[in-house]
Write a protein that binds this ligand. Structure first.
Ligand SMILES: Nc1ncnc2c1ncn2[C@@H]1O[C@H](COP(=O)(O)OP(=O)(O)OP(=O)(O)O)[C@@H](O)[C@H]1O
Length: 266
């Protein structure tokens, strides 16, 4: 992504931000509240349109990226929160993520079209494999609403993984997780980077510093630093940006709590 700018109703949320997720690398996107991380992430998913800049994927410029195109491009994402379908079982939710691999497709399978039987079996197998990788296969027959939040997050991740993406976009995957669960998530992300690239938007610095190969730091919609975890940690501009945020947090943290990232920083 090169020279990305985004304007919301006259307000610039991003100004000339560039980042490249290299193959097989974990790229962290960090910054204080309201820095523009979610906006940049949403541009990468096709949920927000950039007013300037270019997105290049597999050597080709994507002129108009739409969320529905992602799977076909080999890109999968998880969003903040969980976003599972409450009326489908865990297994069915994950199968939705795999449907591009089936000839007839999951939806034909739901309609019980006979020719879909073989595809359905393949989908189930793939979905079960993804759930097993996330240690969530025991919950296959359960409904998401009956499961603890961290398990729901694992299922959402399984749904993203089942399409075997080349690039996985993760928006705050550690939110709501315990220390132990976060540690496991870190190990999983490192493990996954053996077979895909990862763009990680995350507030938990210890996780970011542990798993990322490269980090881009935003503040007030601008890129203020980029480099390895060590380079970024030693960058005075980064410390300064976070120090300012800590002061803000004491005043408006309750206002920010429970929002989905489209928050204003006083
Ligand atoms: N849909 C929107 N309409 C108007 N302004 C928006 C919208 N989404 C984000 N913004 C603004 O754009 C800026 C960047 O917000 P963004 O949510 O991308 O930051 P962030 O770094 O993800 O923040 P947080 O860590 O709090 O989630 C903020 O000033 C925010 O208020």
């Amino acid at each position: 992504m090169t020279g990305i700018s985004v304007t919301f109703g006259g307000i610039k949320a991003l100004t000339d931000v560039s980042l490249t997720v290299e193959p097989g690398q974990v790229h962290g996107l960090i910054g204080p509240n309201g820095a523009g991380k979610t906006t940049m992430f949403n541009v990468a998913c096709g949920l927000v349109r950039n007013s300037e800049g270019t997105i290049t994927w597999r050597g080709e410029e994507l002129r108009r990226l739409r969320p529905a195109q992602l799977a076909g491009l080999g890109i999968a994402r998880t969003l903040q929160g969980v976003g599972l379908f409450p009326g489908l079982t865990v297994l069915e939710n994950v199968m939705v993520g795999a449907h591009k691999h089936a000839k007839a497709g999951f939806f034909s399978a739901l309609l019980a079209i006979p020719t879909a039987d073989r595809d359905d079996a393949r989908l189930r197998e793939r979905a079960m494999t993804a759930l097993a990788e996330l240690d969530a296969d025991d919950y296959a027959a359960r409904y998401p609403g009956s499961l603890p939040y961290p398990v729901q997050k694992r299922v959402a991740l399984a749904r993203a993984l089942v399409s075997e993406p080349e690039l996985l976009l993760l928006d705050e995957p550690a939110s709501g997780l315990s220390e132990d669960e976060m540690h496991e998530l870190g190990e999983l992300i490192q493990h996954l980077s053996g077979r895909m690239s990862v763009l990680l938007v995350e507030h938990h610095m210890d996780l970011v510093m542990r798993v990322c190969d490269q980090i881009t730091v935003l503040d007030s919609g601008r890129q203020i630093a980029a480099g390895t975890p060590q380079q970024v940690q030693n960058d005075p501009a980064v410390t300064e940006a976070y120090l300012g945020d800590a002061v803000d947090d004491t005043t408006d943290v309750s206002e920010l709590a429970g929002t989905d990232g489209g928050t204003h920083r006083g």
